[in-house]
Ligand binder design. Structure first.
Ligand code: CUA
Length: 396
């Protein structure tokens, strides 16, 4: 009986330790290393309340200990001799009511200040964020100044649509307009701000910013079905010059995608396969219109827009890296300095996606299994075509 009890106890401790360690597993999600004002405000509040709790904890523990020692029974005490019995003590009751009240009021002032601060709109651009099972889409609409700056047609409407990688620049207070296209998700980049739900039929506004360039990781934090844990995203923070280059390359990628690759090349064969198998879900700007006879609504939109696929650091809900990284996470490069495409996983993803990320393709949630449809030659051609879509990512 005793041994069994000890065993259970050990198991309970092991389970608790396991849970504790699981919390450390994803070192890429760390709210204690804020890089922008919003996350710093939250971090301050967390530390303030944390240290106040530590202070209260130490005070209470010390008081309990002191009372135990001071009023402990002595061998000379008569066990029937009770201390004086009292009812109520106004001084003590006021003390233990007023001190916690003052602490909570103090904390409330800071909390409310932060809540209102975080709700305010930023001064920078607005980016539309759309959560869906199980990936994030980001849409940038170019304003008049940018249309001017990049020498675009003044009457046109220009959008850059991307997935997984949210690209922003340092020092800009970016306004996110958070939508959901199916169920409730929640957007969280811990180093940039707290969590914000994406709720169908509603628009939630959220602000992020970063003082330093870098890649900051995030995940969907509202259980949203089968691949909830695989619904990741990252924010790539660039300097203003790098961001400008990224913009230009996105626009160049859009223009280039509309020119069909040359005949007889693997790229052209891949483009033809893409029009047969892929465009009922995936948009490549300028390509699907021709295939749908101009009726773009018939096709595309439930899967990532692939126009600038090569410019993204990740695919499949940011579950896989587009380019190869070493054990330390640094990008591997070819002898000419270019990034090494993660061709093995990208190819496997196109061949049999459900094998790499649980999904319900039969219910328009996730990519279909093409392993019975595409030959090895088809896959090679498709990979050749996909590599024409956009420039390599601009890295911080
Ligand atoms: Cu989307 Cu969890």
């Amino acid at each position: 009986m005793g041994a069994r009890f000890a065993r259970r106890w050990q198991l309970a401790v092991a389970a608790l330790l396991g849970l504790l360690l699981a919390g450390c597993a994803t070192g890429r999600l760390d709210a204690t290393k804020p890089v922008g004002q919003e996350a710093r405000d939250i971090d301050f509040l967390m530390r303030l309340s944390g240290w106040m709790a530590v202070g209260v904890g130490i005070f209470v523990a010390a008081a309990v200990f002191a009372i135990i020692v001071k009023f402990r029974a002595k061998p000379t005490d008569d066990p029937d001799d009770l201390p004086p019995q009292i009812h109520g003590n106004r001084k003590a009751e006021l003390t233990w009511t007023l001190i916690p009240t003052a602490l909570l009021v103090f904390l409330t002032i800071f909390t409310l200040g932060t809540v209102f601060d975080l709700a305010a709109a930023g001064t920078g651009r607005t980016i539309k964020v759309e959560g869906q099972q199980w990936w994030w889409q980001f849409t940038y609409e170019l304003d008049k100044d940018e249309i001017d700056k990049y020498n675009l047609d003044q009457d046109g409407r220009y959008e850059i649509v991307t997935a997984n990688d949210l690209v922003i620049r340092t020092g800009e207070e970016v306004n996110l307009e958070i939508h959901s296209n199916d169920v409730i998700h929640s957007f969280w980049i811990p180093q940039l701000n707290g969590k914000k739900d994406a709720v169908p039929g509603r628009v939630h506004h959220w602000r992020i910013s970063s003082d330093e360039p870098g890649i900051f990781y995030g995940e969907c934090v509202e259980f949203c079905g089968l691949s909830h844990a695989n619904m990741q995203m990252r924010t790539i923070v660039l300097t203003p010059e790098e961001f400008d280059r990224w913009m230009r390359e996105q626009l160049a990628g859009q223009a280039a995608a509309q020119v069909a690759p040359a005949d007889e090349s693997p790229e052209a064969a891949g483009a033809a396969l893409f029009e047969t198998h892929c465009i009922s879900c995936h948009v490549v700007d300028g390509v699907y219109e021709s295939a749908a006879g101009g009726n773009a609504n018939l096709l595309a939109g439930i899967a990532p827009n692939l126009t600038n696929l090569m410019s993204r650091t990740a695919f499949a809900g940011a579950l896989y890296e587009t380019y190869q990284t070493g054990p330390d996470g640094a990008y591997l490069r070819n002898p000419d300095g270019s990034l090494k495409l993660n061709v093995a996983e990208l190819r496997e993803w196109v061949r049999n996606a459900p094998d790499m990320k649980p999904a319900r393709a039969d219910n328009q949630q996730g990519m279909l299994d093409f392993s019975e449809v595409l030959t090895d030659q088809d896959l090679d051609n498709l990979m050749a075509y996909l590599q024409t879509l956009g420039s390599p990512p601009v890295l911080p």
